[in-house]
Write a protein that binds this ligand. Structure first.
Ligand SMILES: [Zn+2]
Length: 374
């Protein structure tokens, strides 16, 4: 029996692996030590044997309430991800598994590896409407890549989509994969209508360093990128610095910043009611977008979510607020669950890559509803 996490996006510290019914593990904190919750490791053992794994520092994680009713994610083939019986008690997250193969991968959510990210860029760049642009380097000297879908017509609207500012929120890149794939489907009338009136600027992975390092929330310098948008710097947050520069060149007419929420078992949007520039026109657009998304995906709902910011009280260091105020456009943070959507629970997989992909497709319907024809 052995545990390993020495791979792309891996994260676990092995404390005690002597007894199969009492394997003690701990999650390694992100750089800087402030955040942790992401885990991702492989267990090799004996087929048919029962294993009990305990993450002993679960109560010190960034969002301990995220463990309530949470089930760990696992896969034998790294394609199909399912849930394992999991219990949070006495400050420990306990996971049970009976091995069906020699090895199982267990993670906080279905990983989206840096290699798969490279595959995504390569797979889509062969489409004639796609160009992949190098925006700059991260602190670990990885590429920060922009997928542009459209043409040279600058009179079109600019739709910006960013994912994985928080690298452990891998569902965000699964969503983007589904959204791009559908947008490039020449038979899809929603996609054709959208591309007639907008160019898309998509950053599928805002934080590749954090992803490879197995971080939950920060980049290589331990910085939370979603608090850097008012004053990004090449020293602390080059990822945001480069994206903001590019946004200033293209302008932004619609922004969709994609995330996962550790706690709430729902899909929800956080709007920009609290930014100084919020007005009746933006409010009407928000209603239109949300009504369209409600019809396009029963996984989306508007009952549960974050409290709305009071007028003028939004935190402008947050991406969606900064963009709304700078460009006066509709701007959202989209949150998907690590757990499940309790309105439409699915017991085997719970929230999954597949459902994230479908939500990405549905998001195009809502975008089409708010973008004016040329
Ligand atoms: Zn997030």
């Amino acid at each position: 029996m052995r545990i390993s996490a020495n791979f792309d996006g891996g994260n676990i510290d092995v404390i005690n692996v002597q007894a199969p019914n009492n394997i003690e593990l701990a999650i390694c904190p992100d750089e800087g030590g402030e955040f942790f919750q992401w885990f991702n490791f492989k267990l090799d053992g004996t087929i048919g044997m029962q294993y009990q794994l305990h993450i002993v520092n679960a109560d010190k994680a960034s969002y301990p309430q995220g463990w309530e009713n949470y089930q760990a994610v696992a896969s034998y083939d790294r394609e199909h991800w399912f849930r394992l019986p999991t219990r949070y008690h006495d400050g420990r997250l306990s996971i049970e598994v009976e091995l069906e193969c020699d090895s199982i991968q267990i993670a906080y959510f279905a990983p989206y590896s840096y290699e798969r990210h490279q595959d995504l860029l390569a797979q889509f760049q062969v489409h004639p409407m796609v160009s992949v642009e190098h925006l700059g380097l991260t602190l670990d000297e990885r590429d920060l890549s922009l997928v542009k879908i459209g043409d040279a017509d600058e009179s079109k609207a600019s739709v910006w989509i960013t994912a994985r500012q928080h690298p452990g929120e891998t569902m965000a890149e699964w969503l983007v994969e589904g959204l791009i794939s559908q947008l490039l489907d020449g038979d899809n009338p929603v996609s054709r209508a959208l591309l007639a009136k907008a160019n898309f600027y998509i950053v599928p992975n805002m934080n590749p360093d954090g992803g490879v390092r197995g971080h939950l929330r920060t980049n290589a310098a331990g910085v939370n990128l979603n608090r850097e948008w008012q004053s990004p710097s090449l020293e602390k947050s080059p990822e945001v610095f480069h994206v903001v520069n590019k946004m200033q060149q293209t302008g932004v007419d619609l922004f969709y910043d994609v995330h996962g929420d550790e706690d709430l078992p729902y899909v929800f949007l956080a709007g920009c009611e609290g930014v100084p520039r919020f007005d009746d026109a933006m409010n009407t657009l928000q209603q239109t977008f949300e009504n369209a998304l409600l019809l396009a995906s029963p996984d989306f709902q508007t009952q549960f979510g974050y409290d709305e910011d009071a007028p003028g009280q939004a935190n402008l260091t947050v991406a969606s607020n900064w963009v709304a105020d700078r460009f006066g456009c509709l701007s959202y943070t989209l949150e998907m669950p690590f757990k499940d959507n309790d309105d439409l629970a699915e017991p085997i997989q719970a929230w999954s890559p597949e459902r994230s992909i479908l939500l990405g497709e549905a998001s195009l319907v809502a975008m089409n509803a708010v973008l004016n024809k040329r």
